[in-house]
Design a binder for this molecule. Structure first.
Ligand code: F6R
Length: 563
């Protein structure tokens, strides 16, 4: 994870870097830092533990500078502290680096550097990079020969003309953006300002020396040319629209998202063409593998269930990181990968395995410019606009609806009714799950079949933003073990159906509190898509009561780009 943003130019570079970093906070917010060139040609580093607000408070002055590079960190190796925050500098403070990814041969690099009397000061793998760049001097483009792993980084060097050096190994994203008199580097094109008209995406094995007068690129050490591509800046829509948190805003956007998807998938020519292509692929398939993580995996479980039920086709949902070379796949299979960010490393690893077996890959993805979207033969957009809160809400509902539209066995009127049903569910959410005055110490969400998968997703939401112990369970499974946990400190939220009454009786008999959640609009077979909303609101309300910012829960990040 981690976000890199920087700029080379003349005007307000420190302010621009802080603004860019703020847009990349979804990639991690354990610590942050910037480095800029002073008027004397030295590097000045400022870092803070915490998010960009903490960093901004430490940036007391913003002098004119020709170069500024910034970083927002999600800690992988090395604790969350100032020393381990980026930028990391070489032993002699000549070179500073901001880095995303992992240097796998970090120990070997460290030993080599120590043999050359270069002492490292931190626990982070990043620190080896500026020191190896120092040793390489004018041969920085050979850096890939010395480092192993998935990484991207940008480096500033006091001994070169104002400019920066970039490198990429693997699939982590890194882009350059060009405006009239400024060149930017960013982990995500979304963070580029509206003035950026052209971009370059770095590829695996690329390095580049970037200056305002022109840039030089190399691939695995050999010079190459890379052309700037036209770029239309994205509408960032990053305000909270009057809501206290992004999570609240995004849950409230669900009705619009569902209406937008229904209309687009029934009217848009390209989407209709892609749906026909998908149905042709399905007709030649003997098994569908769905791969995803977290919330997207819960959507995959439901879509797999519906494919088997309605299309009588074998469908298996896999947690991406559990999909390995041992999983039985062959080219008669079809893969569906689901991802909000389109950058999830575990899901990208599945894609590599699937590609090796020549399995066609279809993506359901919210960020259509992402790596996962680009690596798939067909990408069905989730049309949610940016989802900023770490806990995924609107995209879960969107993935379910797109999945149902692709299955193509549902009545268009039922799809069209979902926007209104989501609106009604939003209005009634707090009556449907009325939080007990005594905060429960443990919470169980239970349900059967699709409701069980909703229970898993509900539990994940509550865990993420409230740090409360919470589990999703199949209703009839309680008596096979977890019932021993039930006492007066536990709460069970039951997705009510014909087969949940025994579980309710068993919990009540043991003193547990129970909230039953009846389906709204039971006549609509798609009502499960909106049924998650009360649990999302419950998680949001609990976070507020506990004083937790649900947009940035501890230890997490929005885009999980490490394996
Ligand atoms: C939970 C959540 C995560 C993501 C997971 C996959 O609220 O957001 O569990 O669903 O990290 O991310 P994507 O969908 O971007 O591949």
């Amino acid at each position: 994870m981690c976000g890199i943003f920087g700029c080379l130019g003349k005007h307000n570079l420190i302010t621009q870097t802080l603004q860019g970093l703020r847009l990349l906070e979804y990639r991690g917010y354990d610590s942050a830092g910037i480095v800029y060139r002073t008027a004397q040609g030295k590097l000045r580093v400022i870092k803070a533990v915490g998010d960009i607000n903490q960093l901004t408070a430490r940036v007391k002055t913003r002098p004119a500078t020709s170069l500024c590079l910034g970083h927002t960190r999600w800690a992988t190796n090395g604790g969350v502290n100032l020393k381990n925050a980026h930028p990391q500098v070489s032993f002699n403070e000549q070179i500073a680096v901001v880095h995303n990814g992992i240097i796998e041969n970090y120990d070997a690099c460290r030993t080599k550097l120590q043999k050359k009397q270069i002492k490292l000061r931190t626990e982070v793998d990043t620190e080896v990079i500026p020191n190896i760049l120092y040793l390489l001097q004018h041969n920085k483009h050979k850096i890939h020969q010395y480092l192993r792993g998935q990484y991207v980084f940008a480096a500033a060097d006091t001994t070169t003309a104002p400019g920066f050096f970039v490198a990429k190994s693997g699939t982590l994203p890194l882009y350059l953006g060009r405006a009239k008199d400024t060149v930017y580097v960013s982990s995500d094109t979304m963070a580029f300002p509206a003035t950026v008209q052209q971009i370059i995406a770095l590829n695996d094995g690329d390095t580049g020396e970037i200056t305002l007068d022109g840039s030089k690129f190399y691939h695995l050490g050999q010079p190459i040319t890379k052309a700037w591509q036209a770029f239309t800046p994205l509408n960032k829509q990053t305000d909270k629209n009057g809501f206290a948190t992004y999570m609240a805003k995004e849950i409230n956007e669900i009705p619009d998202v569902l209406n937008r998807i229904t209309a687009a998938y029934q009217q848009d020519e390209t989407l209709l063409l892609h749906q026909r292509q998908f149905h042709r692929q399905l007709s030649q398939t003997d098994c569908v593998h769905l791969c995803a993580c977290g919330t997207s995996y819960h959507a995959a479980l439901i879509i797999a269930h519906l494919i088997e039920k309605h299309l009588h086709l074998r469908a298996i949902a896999h947690v991406s990181s559990e999909f390995t070379a041992d999983t039985l796949i062959d080219k008669r299979n079809l893969a569906i990968v689901i991802s909000q960010s389109g950058e999830t490393a575990d899901t990208l690893a599945c894609i590599s395995l699937l590609q090796a077996h020549r399995v066609p890959i279809v993506a359901l993805c919210n960020v259509t410019s992402s790596t996962i979207a680009g690596q798939s033969e067909l990408c069905f957009p989730l049309l949610c606009g940016p989802e900023i809160a770490v806990a995924s809400t609107k995209v879960f509902c969107a993935a379910l609806l797109v999945g149902c539209l692709l299955i193509n066995r549902f009545n268009p009127a039922d799809c069209a009714a979902l926007g209104q049903l989501a609106q009604t569910t939003l209005q009634q959410a707090r009556q449907l799950i009325h939080l007990p005055a005594n905060r429960p110490q443990k919470i169980f969400f239970i349900g059967k079949q699709i409701d069980y998968f909703l229970a898993l997703e509900s539990a994940l939401k509550v865990k993420e933003v409230t740090y409360t112990h919470c589990e999703g369970y199949p209703a009839n499974e309680l008596k096979h073990g977890p019932l021993s946990m039930i006492d007066q400190h536990s709460l069970a939220v039951v997705y009510q159906s014909d087969s949940t009454s025994n579980a309710v009786a068993e919990i009540t008999a043991r003193g547990g509190q129970v909230i039953t959640l009846p389906p709204l609009a039971p006549e609509n077979p798609l009502n499960f898509i909106t049924r998650i909303i009360p649990a999302q609101i419950m998680a949001l309300d609990m976070a507020e009561q506990l004083g937790i910012n649900p947009d940035k829960p501890r230890n997490l990040a929005k885009s999980v780009t490490v394996l």
